[in-house]
Design a protein around this ligand. Structure first.
Ligand SMILES: *Cc1c(COP(=O)(O)O)cnc(C)c1O
Length: 359
């Protein structure tokens, strides 16, 4: 079987052993004679999968009972409006704009008609960095995106603040341990680093879910889903099953601190290659804001011709997903958990050859 090296930004590569396990038990889950996607979400068999996945999220991040773990639908994108609907408390919500995904969240805050403020932005420098800022102590919440998938910037650590922090962590979920202490809620579509598309993981401090007003639709209240164990309606059973397998794999690798070690090594290798060949390649993000997950870069001369050629030749060499996002152009290598150090080495070798041939 011929498997490509997958540098896609999302949906993205899943470890072969996870896919194989799903394949092995697809027709008959645990020898029961039915597939996991063929049974009731209310059955004991499925509930075990659900609770096992929820527990793994708790164990990996290490938080207690004051937080709820939810598996929702509607993508990370629905959270852009669900957050202000549920967490706005009549004061002010503060946002930090670090690119397309926070821009969208800010737009939805506006549509909701809440009192919001953009307290910092890196738009002037084409979102090449995480700006400096401080959230007001009494803000209803402070909103950030911890990893900016398109521009390739990432918070090195969660900002300190007294207000509840809300974090869009779609593209760095399960990639590193985080300090949960001032987090009110973090969330993300799991298709970047945790499985197939169709599930949004939401981790929320339970007391914050009580803020919701009575004009918010029932299904869009976190409170509803906490009470219903994420099964207020039929959840994405197959997605939750796949997430559970992915989490099992992460735990088997040694958990988030081991995953972070690997991700740090992978990113260091790729960034140092870009820096060493700086007459040919140029990274988009400022060094201090570089993402461990998404590495966006350009070719310095003749980019409009050479960048598409790079992507095409990489594909011929069995590497897919390297085309930059349409908003930024250029090249982007997403090096999520399923991408190995070996895979990155192969990419770096290719980059060297390409630079020699075309430089
Ligand atoms: C991909 C992505 C989203 C959007 O996710 P959907 O599940 O497609 O709605 C939001 N935020 C970030 C940071 C992302 O990377």
């Amino acid at each position: 079987m011929n498997r490509v090296l997958n540098f896609s930004a999302g949906p993205s590569g899943i470890p072969l052993e996870v896919l194989k396990k799903a394949q092995d038990e697809f027709l008959s889950f645990q020898g029961k004679g039915y597939s996991i996607i063929e049974i009731s979400h209310r059955s004991k068999v499925f509930e075990e999968v659900l609770h096992s996945a929820m527990q793994k999220v708790r164990d990996l991040y290490g938080f207690g009972d004051e937080y709820a773990v939810l598996f929702l639908q509607g993508g990370a994108t629905l959270q852009f409006s669900q957050v202000p609907m549920n967490l706005y408390n009549g004061g002010v919500a503060e946002y930090v704009n670090t690119g397309n995904w926070t821009n969208k969240a800010i737009k939805e805050a506006k549509i909701r008609g809440i009192n919001y403020k953009v307290i910092a932005s890196s738009e002037e420098t084409k979102f090449d960095r995480i700006p400096e800022f401080h959230f007001s102590d009494d803000a209803d919440y402070g909103y950030i995106c911890s990893n900016n998938t398109i521009y390739g910037t990432e918070y090195k650590e969660m900002p300190k603040c007294k207000c509840p922090l809300v974090v869009d962590s779609s593209s760095d979920l399960f990639s590193r341990p985080i300090d949960i202490s001032n987090i009110g809620m973090f969330y993300g579509g799991i298709q970047k680093n945790g499985g197939p598309a169709g599930i949004t993981l939401v981790v929320i401090r339970k007391d914050l879910a009580e803020r919701v007003r009575s004009d918010v639709p029932t299904i869009l209240r976190y409170k509803t889903q906490i009470e219903a164990d994420s099964m207020s309606n039929t959840p994405n059973t197959f997605g939750i099953y796949m997430l559970n397998l992915m989490l099992e794999w992460i735990i088997k690798q040694g958990g988030l601190s081991e995953i972070l070690k690997r991700n740090t090594k992978k990113a260091a290798l790729l960034y140092s290659a870009i820096d060493e060949m700086s007459d040919f390649y140029k990274g988009h993000a400022q060094k201090s804001s570089r993402s461990l997950m998404n590495v966006s870069f350009n070719i310095t001369k003749n980019g409009s011709e050479l960048e598409p050629l790079f992507v095409k030749e990489a594909e011929k060499n069995g590497m897919i997903g390297l085309k930059g996002h349409r908003m930024l152009g250029g090249i982007r290598a997403s090096i999520y958990n399923a991408v190995t150090l070996e895979n990155v080495k192969t990419l770096v070798e290719f980059m060297k050859e390409f630079a020699e041939k075309n430089g």
